[in-house]
Write a protein that binds this ligand. Structure first.
Ligand code: HEM
Length: 175
């Protein structure tokens, strides 16, 4: 039952991940850069947007843990609302960063960090797609959404580690 319900979301999620990877490989990076007032350059804009996205993802993880009873029975009534909105904001903050990565930089292979980062970027959007398509499905086994949510969270935090964290530990914490 669960496997049948997850088949289409899995196929579409895989197509999203592969399409981003193929585009990132075939597309000639443009190098275009958009800076925002108050930042020293486009890279720091991305570094801080990705950091904010990771922070909202942590709020999403904590609210999900509360909904699944990890902090004791009965989560406050607003927890589901907090979970949904922190997830939406985390995703919306990640999209412009990823658009710049793919359009301006492409799928990079010049060192292990950028290969892993590029693969994680495709994986994140793929697994996020599977989770969003699986969410409305009735009859899924209880472990499916926590596992998909956990994979999306891990993907985003690993993306942050291979980019913003690398930037902060290489160039220091700056705007
Ligand atoms: C969708 C697929 C993605 C691809 C192919 C990709 C690829 C890249 C590449 C090639 C760089 C330059 C690395 C360097 O030379 O330092 C980069 C930088 C960056 N990426 Fe991505 N990325 C993707 C998604 C994401 C996502 C979803 C986030 C965060 C939410 C992100 C955050 C960053 C940040 C903050 C930088 C700048 C710091 C740095 O230079 O490493 N990327 N990305």
């Amino acid at each position: 039952m669960t496997a049948r319900l997850l088949f289409v979301p899995f196929v579409i999620g895989s197509l999203v991940a592969v399409t981003l990877g193929v585009y990132g490989n075939l597309h000639t990076p443009t190098g275009v850069a958009v800076n925002l007032a108050g930042f020293s350059g486009p890279q720091t804009v991305k570094v801080w947007l990705a950091t904010l996205s990771a922070l909202f993802a942590i709020v999403q993880l904590i609210s999900a843990s509360s909904m699944y009873g990890l902090f004791g029975p009965g989560a406050p009534s607003w927890t589901a609302w907090l979970h949904r909105w922190s997830g939406r904001i985390a995703f919306l903050l990640a999209v412009p960063v990823a658009v710049h990565c793919l359009y301006a930089l492409g799928f990079a292979t010049y060192n292990l960090r950028t290969v892993v980062h590029s693969l994680l970027g495709c994986f994140f959007f793929g697994v996020f797609t599977v989770k969003m398509l699986a969410l409305p499905k009735k009859g899924l086994a209880g472990w499916v959404l926590p596992v998909l949510g956990g994979l999306a969270f891990t993907g985003l935090i690993a993306l942050w580690l291979t980019s913003s964290f690398w930037y902060f530990t290489t160039f220091g914490i700056r705007f």
